[in-house]
Ligand binder design. Structure first.
Ligand code: GLC
Ligand code: MG
Length: 719
């Protein structure tokens, strides 16, 4: 419709409306005090009725537009407006509402049933759909189990930086060396890397004695090297966990120098007590042996150290110390590190009263007490207030965890041995978060519990004591303990890795365990570890030998003539390069298990149920409700054995061999009444069943957060 015709048409329409006094009156059209029809300039049935100023529709500016169209001729205009009744009717019936129509006209149509009805249907449809969407969103949120975070879905790999890879040929590993080897983690499907300390340090305890918490030791590289490493790791989807050492500094730390000289601001940064050269303030002993007090001439007092005398303990009762340490936590979080391993946390506070600790053997001559095992550490470990400190740091880390995908992880290191309740405290409470988990060191005792029942007992020590809903973890080696492969023998390396990677929770792998590295022999003259200097039997050097990458010079670890610790003589055969080529190697199996653990729902989210344990075998299953596929893990820690699982009705008669640490008959059927394992063999059997084991055996089964699988939608939901 051209503007002229449209203007004419509306005029006619309006005339009809008004004449018939149908729906509106002039008063009705008054909006915001503005008349839409100027009644003064014409009569209701007059042909020269004018539109008021407030009409917005340009189609109604007939004066201008009609003028344009008819050349401003009054005659023509009048005649255009007047219509014969027949034509008028035609035009009226032909018109349809359209976007350019003024509101008043549209209103006329809007009440007609054919417009009103669809409109109302649409309106209610919109309401219903919106409500349905809101309800669906709420249901999905409520029903969805939490997604696993990066520290739950990947094993944690520990790098001892002195021994991983040397890039500058000084015989000691460094940060650039780690950067060169990042592909190793991608190969192993490992995303979380904990690097033992690389802070500036005089290296009395190889980095656990920190001189500057905000600097990198030149031995390991520069801050630029650190930034490059972190950026490269993030680029590859790897997370970096740093060691944080709150309990002590190095005695070369600036704070200690100032404290020793009695500087007003720093004098209470450490723990000082009156003593003299011959008499310590009390009977407290260092973890590394001998009295934990050392006299300083300058101050004429003793300072306290739970470890080496070169590692003075910070005084965490001093708020300035707490603030300083929190700022250091923030410094690294700002840099972008993904988490902290909190070192030696149980030692952070000690009793103010400084009373003697009770002797384990009250009859022992007090003057002969020089090891930590001779005292009950009632006043030097796990003191009231310790968890408040850790929880405050957790709070700091939470602030930095809010960015999507940037959760900052905390693991606490505390050796509480059989005092499981003390260890579990580091999980926090249901209301106050602390570490994501404390390290679980119980599997390190496998060498002295090398039976099926022994292995189950160690696993159960954690599972039975872990607070409900928390996430378990497993450690079989680190830089402080002899390599388990040396203690249990090479034949058990693969089965131990299978245990580690098929249990529920996060496995931690100490560098070299993925290829079955073993302890080296270190002669008394070669001892590097200060603890080893105090007690050669306790030396930690044997488990710190250089990583075995290839059969080349220094096993590909370094081009130097001399490495800081000798390489294990078996490095020519036990190395990454050789094992990558061998599908039955420790490395290939580690990799396969790591990939499988991520790919199979029952292995990373499912139930773990004890099935069997005897002198040789420990067997457990992994299943998830709603999924017919499940796994049975049969691990042999003794002699060759055949077990009969016929009594377990939830298991089908026949299972399928998914993986064995000894044979390559994958896919082979295995009958449940006769499951054979050789000494040190681990089997991963797959099966399909509609019957779940966990509902009828609650006391044998564990799950951190229950989830069920819904096959039709391929989703997990809370159940
Ligand atoms: C932790 C470390 C250990 C170190 C000690 C003192 O236990 O793992 O290597 O010697 O703390 O910092
Ligand atoms: Mg180097």
């Amino acid at each position: 419709m051209d503007p002229v015709t449209s203007a004419t048409f509306y005029r006619v329409l309006f005339e009809r409306m008004i004449t018939r006094s149908q729906l509106i009156s002039a008063k009705d059209l008054e909006v915001d005090g503005c008349m839409f029809l100027d009644m003064s300039s014409g009569t209701a049935n007059g042909s020269s009725m004018e539109l008021g100023e407030c009409i917005q529709n340009t189609g109604f500016h007939e004066d201008d537009e009609t003028e344009d169209a008819v050349g401003g001729d009054e005659e023509n205009r009048t005649s255009t407006v007047k219509m014969s009744p027949g034509r008028e009717e035609d035009t009226y019936t032909q018109i349809k509402p359209y976007a350019g129509m003024p509101k008043e006209v549209l209103l006329l149509y809007s009440v007609q049933a054919r417009y009103r009805l669809p409109r109302e249907i649409l309106f209610w449809l919109t309401i219903v759909c919106t409500l349905a969407l809101v309800a669906l969103t709420i249901t999905v949120i409520v029903m969805s189990p939490r997604c696993l975070s990066w520290w739950q879905s990947s094993p944690v790999y520990q790098i001892y930086p002195r021994s991983f890879k040397d890039s500058d040929s000084d015989g000691i590993g460094d940060l650039k060396g780690i950067l060169d080897k990042l592909d190793h983690f991608q190969y192993l499907n490992i995303k979380a890397i904990w690097i033992s300390p690389f802070y500036k340090s005089p290296m009395k305890d190889f980095g656990y004695d920190v001189e500057d918490f905000r600097d990198i030791d030149p031995l390991f590289g520069s801050m630029q090297d650190f930034d490059d490493l972190l950026a490269a790791m993030h680029d590859k989807g790897l997370k970096l966990i740093m060691d944080f050492i709150p309990n002590h500094t190095s005695d070369t730390h600036q704070w200690f120098n100032l404290s020793s000289s009695g500087h007003a601001q720093y004098k209470d940064y450490y723990i000082w007590a009156n003593c003299n050269t011959t008499h310590a303030p009390n009977n407290w002993v260092s973890v590394f042996g001998n009295s934990s007090w050392t006299y300083v001439e300058e101050r004429q007092q003793c300072y306290y150290h739970q470890f080496l005398k070169e590692q003075p303990d910070l005084n965490f009762r001093n708020p300035h110390v707490r603030r300083e340490m929190t700022e250091i936590v923030r410094f690294w979080l700002e840099k972008g590190v993904d988490g902290f391993r909190m070192d030696a946390v149980k030692h952070i506070l000690e009793a103010k009263h400084l009373r003697d600790e009770p002797q384990v053997d009250p009859q022992q001559d007090p003057d002969t007490i020089d090891t930590e095992f001779e005292l009950h550490h009632d006043y030097t470990t796990t003191q009231l207030g310790l968890h408040d400190i850790l929880q405050a740091w957790r709070g700091e880390m939470d602030v930095y965890s809010r960015e999507p995908g940037r959760y900052r992880f905390m693991v606490a290191e505390s050796y509480d041995y059989e005092e499981t309740d003390k260890t579990m405290m580091y999980y926090g409470t249901p209301y106050v978060k602390e570490s994501d988990f404390p390290f679980n060191f119980y599997l390190m005792d496998l060498p002295t519990n090398l039976t099926g029942t022994g292995a189950q007992g160690l696993v159960n020590l954690w599972m039975a004591n872990m607070p409900v809903g928390k996430w378990p973890n497993w450690v079989v080696g680190n830089h402080d303990k002899p390599r388990i492969s040396s203690s249990v023998g090479q034949e058990y390396i693969k089965v131990i890795n299978m245990l580690l990677l098929t249990l529920p929770g996060t496995p931690t792998t100490y560098y070299g365990e993925e290829i079955g590295m073993m302890n080296i022999n270190v002669t008394i003259d070669e001892i590097q570890d200060p603890f080893g200097k105090f007690n050669p039997n306790a030396s930690r050097d044997p488990q710190r030998s250089p990583m075995q990458w290839s059969d080349g010079t220094n096993s590909g670890f370094s081009d130097a003539n001399h490495t800081w610790l000798p390489l294990h003589p078996h490095h020519t055969t036990v190395n990454v390069e050789a094992q990558q080529k061998d599908s039955g190697s420790v490395l290939s199996q580690y990799r396969a298990l790591s990939l499988l653990r991520q790919a199979q729902l029952p292995l990373h989210r499912g139930w773990m149920c004890y099935i069997w344990s005897d002198a040789d075998v420990f067997a457990f299953l992994r299943e998830i409700d709603g999924l017919d596929k499940a796994f049975l893990v049969v691990l042999n820690f003794g002699a060759d054995s055949v077990i009969n699982l016929s009594a377990i009705t939830e298991l089908p008669e026949q299972l399928t061999l998914h993986m064995s640490t000894k044979q390559e008959n994958y896919g082979m059927p295995v009958i449940k009444s006769s499951i054979a394992t050789a000494r040190g063999e681990g089997l991963l059997l797959e099966y399909s069943t509609h019957m779940r084991f966990n509902p009828g055996h609650a006391s044998q089964c564990f799950v951190s957060e229950k989830a069920c699988y819904l096959g039709v939608l391929d989703i997990l939901y809370k159940c």
